[in-house]
Write a protein that binds this ligand. Structure first.
Ligand code: NAP
Ligand code: ZN
Length: 367
């Protein structure tokens, strides 16, 4: 019998108005909330107002840190932690896409473990945080149910996953917060979720549970394809995309991601390519290195005739215009070769030359 572990300790609440209708949950989190958001979207999408409304009704104080940038940096997290310590907050609420959610995880950890420095989280250790609530406003990262927090470290010139199990305590999923996403952000983030499903399905870490969940997510994705191509993002479609994204979070929490995520970090760090696009452009060339039977299953569930048809779909929805030189590709490939965990996840050896080829062919195809 197959050996595997399944651990997903986050309490997920979904549905219209779930933030304001679950007062009992907010009431037990503490007396002062630290709300972590990006610049605009938490306010614009209505989630921030809902959180403030439920907290105010319960007499819970709050302070807001709204300076989280995309691909959040160590420096920004450290700034927020100082404020959180001074204000003696009891719990953290992350509202936004993966950037505020990931940052809020690191912040909640450092507010629990006040003697620990952020750099220390690059070494393996425990993951206990003060109570942590996540409210995703994109359907992409699944961070609301994963233990991962990915931050940008400018000293090391890369994005890094902290080595802690930073699972949120609660996650609230309400699709009404997703209606304000532009087409561009919607597509970039949904392709991130699709990359999670595909990488999780193909990695050697896949197991019976993750395969079943990912298969379900792929089949639901197939029913959204036409609407995605036509940019017809009704709330009904957005609801399906939100489920796919959270389900993919549940599976990558078990299996981790694979090569496209490892290779995509350099494109985001050096060229500011949004996370979902960075993974998305690499997917097809990556699949050429995966087990044929797995790829055939994925294409069948997504209802694509072959890899070419899948590639055309990706090209029709993704906008990629970064200029990348041969030298840069060479240097990104060196970085990838050093990322042994992601390399091993492929299940067979892959050379630096093959990684260079994946970058080159993917970039060429998007021109
Ligand atoms: P994001 O960086 O959080 O946000 C991208 C943009 O979308 C921002 O401009 C943001 O505005 C805007 N936005 C977010 N929600 C919106 C809404 N409802 N309406 C309008 N605009 C909205 O994007 P993301 O792709 O969700 O997250 C990417 C980050 O997550 C990366 O750092 C990636 O490495 C990480 N990640 C984490 C995991 C994990 O498991 N933890 C998995 C994959 C990726 P504001 O700045 O105003 O908020
Ligand atoms: Zn991702």
């Amino acid at each position: 019998m197959e050996k595997f572990k399944y651990f997903m300790p986050t309490n997920v609440l979904a549905g219209s108005n779930c933030v304001i209708e679950n007062e009992n949950i907010w009431a037990k989190l503490g007396k002062k909330a630290f709300i972590i958001t990006g610049k605009n979207s938490a306010k614009k999408c209505g989630a921030l107002d809902d959180v403030i409304s439920v907290l105010s009704k319960l007499g819970i104080q709050h302070i807001i840190f709204n300076d989280i940038e995309e691909n959040p940096s160590f420096e920004t997290v450290e700034k927020a932690v100082e404020i959180g310590k001074k204000e003696m907050v009891d719990f953290v609420v992350g509202i936004g896409g993966g950037s505020p959610m990931d940052a809020s995880k690191a912040i909640a950890y450092l507010l629990k473990n006040t003697e620990t420095k952020l750099e220390d989280l690059l070494e393996l250790g425990e993951g206990e945080t003060i109570p942590l609530v996540e409210i995703p406003t994109t359907s992409g990262t699944g961070s609301e149910v994963t233990q991962y927090a990915i931050l940008t470290n400018h000293k090391l010139k890369t994005k890094l996953a902290l080595k802690r199990q930073l699972f949120p305590t609660y996650s609230f999923l309400d699709v009404k917060y997703h209606a304000s996403m532009s087409e561009y952000v919607t597509i970039n983030t949904l392709i991130d979720a699709l990359s999670h499903v595909i990488e999780s399905y193909c990695t050697i870490n896949a197991n019976f549970f993750s395969n079943l969940i990912n298969a379900g997510a792929l089949q639901v994705f197939a029913t959204c394809k036409k609407d995605i191509e036509n940019k017809n993002f009704t709330l009904e479609i957005r609801e399906k995309l939100l489920y796919i994204s959270t389900l993919a979070g549940i599976t990558i929490a078990q299996t981790a991601t694979s090569l496209p995520h490892g290779m995509g970090y350099a494109l985001s760090y050096y060229k500011n390519v949004p996370h979902g696009i960075a993974n998305g452009i690499l997917l097809v060339e990556y699949l050429k290195h995966c087990k044929e039977e797995k790829v055939a299953e994925i294409l069948k569930m997504l209802e694509f005739k072959d890899l070419d048809e899948f590639a055309k779909f990706l090209k029709s929805v993704l906008i990629f215009d970064a200029e990348i030189t041969k030298e840069e590709i060479n240097s990104y490939s060196d970085e990838m070769v050093a990322n042994t965990a992601k390399l091993v996840s492929l299940g067979k050896p892959i050379s630096k030359e093959e990684i260079v080829e994946i970058y080159e062919k993917s970039i060429e195809f998007m021109k």
